[in-house]
Design a protein around this ligand. Structure first.
Ligand code: ADP
Ligand code: MG
Length: 269
């Protein structure tokens, strides 16, 4: 891999006495899509929050461009790292347009007025995400899928080198799921952004990630290209369900299918 833009070493996180994960080593480079997978509660969001500098790990180090993340000025870090959380400001009264303009803050500071360039970036994103018609509505007035698009568009307004997306395809219908996967791939492979995202759908990860990191039982279980991580023994141990792997008929990438046992299959008969 080329030089990592972000790197974590021996990271441990806990809430009170409860350890979420420990001894986690991971890095990601510009131009790659890294998917974090793992069961509910594995610590995927916690890890993203650490990378976004929203949460300080109890142990370990995070490096951004070979500099300790916590020693970089917040605004400089925010110019490089954008985070689209799962649920963000859903009760906010801000309009969609105002939310996206807020994404420009790290580049212009709080006090400077919005420049033409800032507005042009926001306009492009409103169009790209099909949000122009909602620009004067607040997030609370949008559907779950529309809210997700706003949250992702806001992160992109930051024009980051590292884009952190927490379950970006949740609540989206198939069309927007595919669009997000294509967008993620384009951002990484054409624009050189390092995209780190969490996904519930293992098959989406297979189709859109260059590498997958599998987090379960408090440890990183595997990291590597989809065909090295999406293996039945690893998935079964991480998620505690029987699965079967097949190949995508066009791409040859691994696809994970649930493998219900006969007694669990009564609904299929
Ligand atoms: P994931 O995103 O993989 O589902 P999370 O990072 O959200 O996992 O959570 C990991 C564990 O930490 C879960 O057991 C969760 O309940 C716990 N947790 C998450 N956030 C907090 C918090 N703010 N306070 C206490 N426990 C938390
Ligand atoms: Mg989560």
């Amino acid at each position: 891999m080329s030089n990592p833009i972000i790197k974590v070493e021996q990271l441990s996180c806990r809430y009170g006495a409860r350890e979420v994960f420990a001894q986690l080593d991971l890095d990601a480079a510009q131009g790659e899509v890294l998917a974090l997978l793992g069961p509910n509660g594995a610590g995927k969001s916690t890890l993203l929050r650490c990378l976004a500098r929203l949460q300080q790990p109890q142990l370990g180090k995070i490096w951004l461009n070979n500099q300790p993340l916590w020693q970089i000025k917040q605004r400089l870090a925010a110019q490089q790292i954008a985070f689209a959380p799962q649920n963000h400001g859903l009760n906010s009264d801000l309009t969609v347009e105002q939310m996206l303009l807020l994404g420009r803050t790290p580049h212009r500071g709080w006090l400077l007025p919005m420049s033409k360039a800032d507005r042009a970036i926001v306009e492009q994103l409103l169009e790209r995400f099909n949000l122009a018609q909602y620009r004067r509505q607040s997030l609370a007035e949008l559907s779950g899928g529309e809210q997700r698009r706003v949250i992702i568009a806001r992160a992109l307004a930051q024009q980051p080198s590292i884009l952190l997306l927490d379950e970006p395809t949740a609540h989206l219908d198939l069309k927007y799921q595919l669009e997000i996967m294509q967008l993620v791939s384009e951002l990484a492979h054409s624009d050189g952004v390092c995209v780190i995202l969490t996904l519930h759908d293992l098959n989406q990860a297979s189709l859109c990630a260059d590498r997958i990191a599998l987090l379960a039982h408090g440890r990183l279980q595997a990291v590597g290209p989809p065909n090295s991580v999406l293996r039945s023994e690893l998935i079964e141990a991480a998620y505690d369900v029987p699965v079967q792997l097949i190949e995508h008929p066009s791409h040859g990438l691994p696809l994970v299918m649930l493998q219900p046992q006969p007694k669990e299959r009564s609904w299929l008969v």
